[in-house]
Design a protein around this ligand. Structure first.
Ligand code: NAI
Length: 343
């Protein structure tokens, strides 16, 4: 059972090689991303394994189908880069719904703490034996209000961490859950009342540019924005403008709207063509990490394990509980109960 593994990084290879043998899967590790130009590299494979910045559009899906590929195994939770609807009747899509919500939630808090307490600045200064504290004043989290948008697996862990800091937690979700400490409020109220806003909802048509010039203007002056979810939840130009106007106090971005050609690669020594990203990174109150929130040993191990199990379940058991449902037509996990494959 050979699977073409696109956009391979060293850490992927290590974690997948550790478990693939016991599942009887052979991975063809490819450094290139999956695109219409590279789809043919999957020839002879029964499946492809892809990540967040691979392109799985109609053209790629049709080419993979022609090659006899049966399955797309996402080694991540989000699937906004896959045209799930176009896959119907052609390719089955499996994903890893959860591998470590702690990894992402803890990274969100790490960024928030670093940014507000200026740890990244202090680190650079003390390495130069500059022990001045000028400009390093932050603020206490205790007693502040955090707005959590999307209270699924990651959002709930993040909310809980914030509670541990003594913060008041406001929440907004299309499907609220029972909670004894999160106060669910409509989105406009969350935007208006929060000192910190952290995004943990998926990228959909509805959430695209959820933070834009209008909604950013409705936030508190000095608000800190954290995005570890998907870049296009925020209109990056509007964020930049809100930072330049001193309305947004700080931004912690693990994801960026136009990240797919940049993140995960080393462009040091190159000219940065993306002016918006370059300008954001140049701001003293913007902290950018390159889609790193998932990157813990525990998460990598769980991703490799679940991805392999998904593939084996699909081919040997004729069913996989992590198959995205086409019958629902909206890419959500099937609510009808899974008795077998979707088609
Ligand atoms: P989840 O599916 O458990 O939770 C998502 C929540 O968002 C759900 O409660 C859902 O009801 C809510 N939601 C859906 N549409 C909404 C809307 N229009 N407005 C408000 N809430 C809405 O997902 P999980 O595991 O918590 O992941 C959240 C996101 O984190 C993923 O969609 C993914 O984009 C991102 N992620 C980022 C990683 C990174 O390395 N930076 C790693 C893993 C996930």
């Amino acid at each position: 059972m050979t699977i073409a593994f696109f956009d391979t990084k060293e850490y992927d290879r290590q974690s997948f090689e550790k478990v693939s043998g016991s599942y009887g899967i052979e991975f063809r590790f490819l450094e290139t991303k999956l695109t219409p130009d590279t789809a043919s590299l999957a020839e002879g494979c029964v499946g492809v394994c892809v990540f967040v910045n691979d392109t799985v559009n109609a053209q790629v899906i049709d080419r993979l189908y022609e090659l006899g590929v049966k399955v797309i195994a996402l080694r991540c939770a989000g699937y906004n880069n896959v045209d799930v609807r176009h896959c119907y009747g052609k390719l089955h899509v499996l994903h890893v719904p959860a591998y470590s919500p702690y990894a992402v939630a803890e990274h969100a808090m790490a960024m928030l703490l670093s940014s507000v307490r200026r740890i990244h600045k202090a680190y650079n200064r003390t390495r130069d034996f500059n022990f001045s504290l000028k400009g390093l004043a932050g603020f206490d989290f205790h007693g502040k209000t955090v707005g959590v948008v999307g209270t699924g697996r990651i959002g709930r862990v993040f909310a809980d961490i914030c509670r541990g800091f003594g913060m008041k937690v406001l929440a907004y979700d299309k499907f609220p859950v029972e909670s004894d400490f999160m106060e669910y409020v409509p989105l406009p109220e969350l935007l208006e009342r929060s000192d910190v806003i952290s995004l943990h909802c998926p990228l959909t048509e509805e959430t695209y540019h959820m933070l834009n010039s209008e909604s950013l203007a409705a936030t508190k002056k000095g608000v800190v924005i954290v995005n570890t979810s998907r870049g296009a939840l925020i209109d990056a130009e509007a964020l930049l403008a809100a930072i330049k106007s001193r309305h947004v106090g700080a931004a912690c971005l693990d994801v960026y709207e136009e990240e797919s050609d940049l993140f995960f690669e080393d462009f040091s020594g190159h000219i940065m063509d993306d002016d918006t990203l370059a300008r954001l990174i140049s701001m003293p109150n913007v902290l950018v990490t390159s889609h790193q929130a998932f990157l813990t040993e525990e998460a990598l191990g769980n991703i490799a394990d679940t991805t392999c199990k998904n593939i084996v379940d699909f081919f040997k058991e004729e069913r996989c509980e992590n198959e995205l449902c086409y019958r629902c037509g909206n890419g959500e996990v099937c609510r009808l109960g899974r008795s077998g494959k979707c088609f």
